[in-house]
Design a binder for this molecule. Structure first.
Ligand code: PAF
Length: 280
């Protein structure tokens, strides 16, 4: 595995590696790698000749300075994990490598980027699009792998790919969970032991809501999920949206779409946990 930090070296190494028509898979990450990332890397390894993983804590997507400051940084362990996963190129740049000048681009990706995370974290998706579009331009991957835990992020990246005309396949990969159902996340290490104990209620409640939904309206199901989770003193639902799985716009009734997803963000202590469930 080559560890590269310079953009020029990255382009050169990928150019050499793809010679002869070899396919290139990209897994963009912000480091603090866990089993969820590993599943993306393993899938890229199975499906592509050359696997590039970027490890870059992208400051432009953080709308909260404390979140950026406390985000776990585990560069050495990340490199070891990627080496063990048989990655070809680990791209581990500095902020100056990626942003020698400030990135002033503003993306207008429409309603898909304006709801949920887009509404709660102003500028977040703009920063995601800045870094992901740069990575796509640098690596020119055939496929790029993203976890479905961040359901909206995938929809926003698809919209960006369409708008900028990138020629690649976005590959969504299933959310990987702890044994008790909590979605794996780099931020989980910041949960206090008490909060860590109750946090699995998020996915448990989402799963239970599938059965609840059979006998109740969309609005009743929404309110039941929110009330069930807010009953835990350690948790507070920031939003729960039962929405169309493509447009991500909130729905009023179960028969309004045949592709329905529930997307939730819950404050567990001061850690923001995000998850989702498919209703149809
Ligand atoms: O999902 C993430 O970890 C980040 O948003 C991404 C896609 C690596 C961009 O920084």
């Amino acid at each position: 595995m080559r560890i590269i930090s310079s953009v020029e070296q990255l382009k050169q190494a990928v150019g050499v590696a793809r010679a002869g028509g070899r396919t290139v898979g990209l897994v963009p990450t912000m480091g603090a790698l866990h089993e969820g990332h590993k599943s993306l890397v393993d899938r890229a390894r199975r499906e592509c000749d050359v696997v590039v993983v970027s490890v870059f804590l992208n400051p432009t997507q953080f709308n909260n300075a404390d979140d950026l400051r406390t985000y776990p940084r585990t560069a050495e362990a990340d490199a070891a994990m990627l080496e063990a996963c048989d990655v070809d190129i680990a791209f581990m740049p500095t902020v100056d490598d990626i942003y020698p000048e400030p990135d002033t681009r503003v993306f207008h990706l429409g309603p898909v980027a304006e709801v949920m995370e887009g509404a709660m974290r102003p500028g977040h998706f703009n920063g995601v699009c800045q870094i992901v579009s740069k990575l796509f331009a640098m690596v020119e991957p055939d496929r790029a792998y993203f976890g479905e835990k961040d359901y909206q992020q995938i929809a926003v990246i698809r919209a960006m790919v369409k708008q900028l005309g990138f020629n690649l396949e976005i590959v969504p990969c299933p959310c990987v969970r702890e044994a008790d159902g909590l979605a794996k996340s780099s931020r989980n290490v910041r949960l206090t032991p008490v909060v860590r104990k109750v946090a699995p209620a998020i996915y448990r409640t989402l799963k239970e809501s599938l059965r609840f939904a059979e006998g109740h309206s969309l609005e009743q199901t929404h309110d039941w999920v929110v009330a069930t989770l807010n009953a835990y003193p350690e948790m507070e639902v920031e939003y729960f949206s039962i929405c169309d799985g493509i447009t991500l716009q909130p729905l009023d009734s179960w028969d309004q779409s045949d592709n329905i997803v529930g997307c939730i963000t819950v404050y567990c202590g001061d850690v923001r946990e995000i998850d989702n469930i498919r209703y149809k």
